[in-house]
Design a binder for this molecule. Sequence first.
Ligand SMILES: NC(=O)c1ccc[n+]([C@@H]2O[C@H](COP(=O)([O-])OP(=O)(O)OC[C@H]3O[C@@H](n4cnc5c(N)ncnc54)[C@H](OP(=O)(O)O)[C@@H]3O)[C@@H](O)[C@H]2O)c1
Length: 299
Amino acid sequence: MGAGALGCLYGYFLSKRYDVVFVARGKQFEALKRGLKVTGLIQDFVKVNVVDKPCDADVTFVTVKSYDTENVARTLANVDCGVVVSLQNGIGNEEILMKYLEKVLGGVTTYASNLVDYGWIEFAGVGETFIGEMSGEISEDVVNVVEILRSCGINATAVDDIVRMKWIKTVINSAVNPITAILRVRNGVIVDIKELWNLALSVLREGEDVLRAMGFDVKLEDVLRDVLVKTAKNKSSMLQDVERGKRTEIDFINGAIIRKAEKLGIDVPYNKALYSLVKGVEYGLVEGHSSFRSTNIRA
Ligand SMILES: NC(=O)c1ccc[n+]([C@@H]2O[C@H](COP(=O)([O-])OP(=O)(O)OC[C@H]3O[C@@H](n4cnc5c(N)ncnc54)[C@H](OP(=O)(O)O)[C@@H]3O)[C@@H](O)[C@H]2O)c1
């Protein structure tokens, strides 16, 4: 559900053994009717089964941006969509899906895919996929989904701490995405410039404080440096959104950290500052790009 960069990559792999229906819209829907082109780590062109409305399925992978989750959850409630697996970044997607749907699993993926053009993805990085119940249980559904992914060559593991994993990825993203999107720089610049590294660390420390109060005692400085060094030449997803004049997932990344911090009585001024600046960048996009589809920026 949401056959964009990530949805098409997973759909491509899953099509090797299963009947996969890609749910897309607009120009992407029209382009996928002709087929899916894959470049990067794999070169291929395949015919795919694409529709523009969700349909019955045994398993539904949700791969829309977080701000589209609520809308998609409502439409999925009208069909028998089976086990629903969110592979999205950020915090809150599973909770939104659970309001409308019965069986929802959490997911974290470090696979990387970019939309080069409509109907064309670049497979940019092999990663890992972690699947788990939000309750921490490793249920039969979790085991089955992991088996399905593995049988198609996707690295996948069943985990009993998907909530913790989602928060850790979100805290890392909170220190990378806004800075790169505001300054319009690639990830590696954050380690190259001492002042930016110190800023990223300050954001990270706030996230660690929130994680600690949630019972997740983690030290993420080395993880952050490692991510930045390994992805030095990459553009973060938030930077890509800004460059395309699209809304960002800031509300589900730094926004989620701010909301959780408020509940826990923790001060997170760096997160608040970056959140405000990204909102300003989004506002600038509204001015410059009529295609920008946000309704809450001017309020
Ligand atoms: N790309 C990656 O490498 C990657 C890696 C890890 C995690 N993620 C996460 O995965 C999620 C998806 O990312 P992405 O990069 O794949 O985004 P994306 O390329 O924008 O793909 C999302 C797709 O869903 C479509 N969509 C939204 N609502 C729809 C609806 N109601 N019906 C049909 N299609 C609909 C969008 O259409 P429009 O373009 O018309 O809005 C878009 O084509 C995000 O949470 C992201 O943070 C991505």
